[in-house]
Design a binder for this molecule. Structure first.
Ligand SMILES: [Zn+2]
Length: 339
């Protein structure tokens, strides 16, 4: 694979290729953007392009250098990733020892720090001097989904390259390289712009969760609680994402009325029926409430409680919003016309 095969990310790719061709490669980069959108892939292709023996500004994929980098056997391509929970100071010290020597054979030695946001504070501080002034012909690429966990002194020493979410058709293009048409249909709506996110999921579980999603919107409170219990033992978090994408689609459909922009395009008919039954303001409230519920899972880890809160609360079933018989008609009727 080469830069030319990367889906999306035109601006970052143009910037990097221009720098490689002009020989103005920075000593440290920070690639940021959501997990699963292709940052690490671009970093690998940068290493290949910098060292390709036959092409300028991109990889040929066939020369000795490109092939060894693809297989992970190139001595001058050094990957660093978390060992256990974090990237630790011992790993940084070992790296510093290795790069004190000249590159073995490559024009450019490339260090890819994947999941850089998980670098411990101690390790990040030890890394600062190297980031500022690495040995000649060495470039360090930090790949991170967030910079909030890093001391500000780290980003300030790097050339930052921001990666955006992929468009829906780009997500489809990436998924088509790995999945059959039916799987793409089911999974693409959950990607939220990040194909890597769904490629890592258990596909059978997802398919089940989508079916449960329809059941969970049933008007019966008992049914909802049963679904919440079951989902808590399985892909519960994904279920919340399905629900979130559903709310998002209802808002988009109400406000823009554009079916092409829907994530759950396979459920367009249901969305069309459900959209007029809710006010946008209430949907927005539910959307933000759901984000908080998801945050709660991270904070207290109680998935079942979070799922119950989502299933009972969203769509106006909270007792403080509507009462008795209205509640029993349920948000299902409002959110979703079936089953
Ligand atoms: Zn090559």
């Amino acid at each position: 694979m080469a830069f030319r095969d990367v889906v999306g990310h035109q601006r970052p790719l143009q910037t990097l290729q221009k720098e490689i061709k002009a020989g103005k490669v920075h000593h440290a980069y920070l690639f940021t953007g959501m997990e699963g959108i292709g940052k690490r892939l671009v970093a690998l292709n940068m290493a290949k392009a910098l060292n390709c023996l036959t092409q300028e500004g991109d990889a040929c994929d066939h020369c000795h250098s490109c092939q060894r980098m693809d297989k992970g056997f190139h001595p001058d391509l050094i990957p660093i990733a978390a060992e256990g929970e974090a990237i630790k100071i011992q790993q940084i010290r070992e790296l510093q020892r290795v790069i004190a020597f000249k590159p073995y054979e490559a024009r450019w030695r490339v260090i890819i720090v994947d999941g850089a946001e998980r670098t411990t504070r101690e390790a990040a501080n030890a890394f600062l001097k190297t980031l500022e002034e690495p040995p000649p012909w060495t470039t360090i690429i930090l790949v991170a989904s967030t910079v909030e966990t890093l001391p500000p002194t780290v980003p300030s020493r790097c050339q930052r390259i921001r990666f955006n979410l992929l468009r829906q058709e780009e997500v489809g293009e990436v998924l088509a390289r790995h999945l059959c048409e039916e799987e793409i249909h089911t999974l693409a709506p959950l990607a939220g712009g990040s194909p890597g996110r769904v490629l890592r999921l258990d596909r059978e579980e997802i398919s089940k969760a989508r079916r449960e999603f329809l059941l969970a919107l049933s008007p019966s409170i008992g049914q909802r609680l049963r679904v919440a219990q079951e989902l808590a033992h399985r892909e519960g978090k994904i279920f919340l994402e399905i629900l979130q994408s559903w709310l998002r689609d209802l808002i988009v459909y109400r406000e823009i009325g554009e079916e092409a922009s829907l994530l759950n395009y396979d459920l367009t008919e249901e969305l069309r029926k459900a959209a007029p039954r809710r006010e946008t303001e209430g949907l927005l409230r539910d959307f933000w409430a759901l984000l908080q519920i998801q945050g709660g899972i991270e904070a207290h880890g109680n998935l079942q409680l979070s799922l119950e809160t989502a299933l009972l609360g969203i769509g106006g079933l909270r007792s403080d919003e509507i009462s008795g018989s209205e509640a029993r008609q349920g948000c299902t009727g409002a959110l979703f016309s079936g089953p």
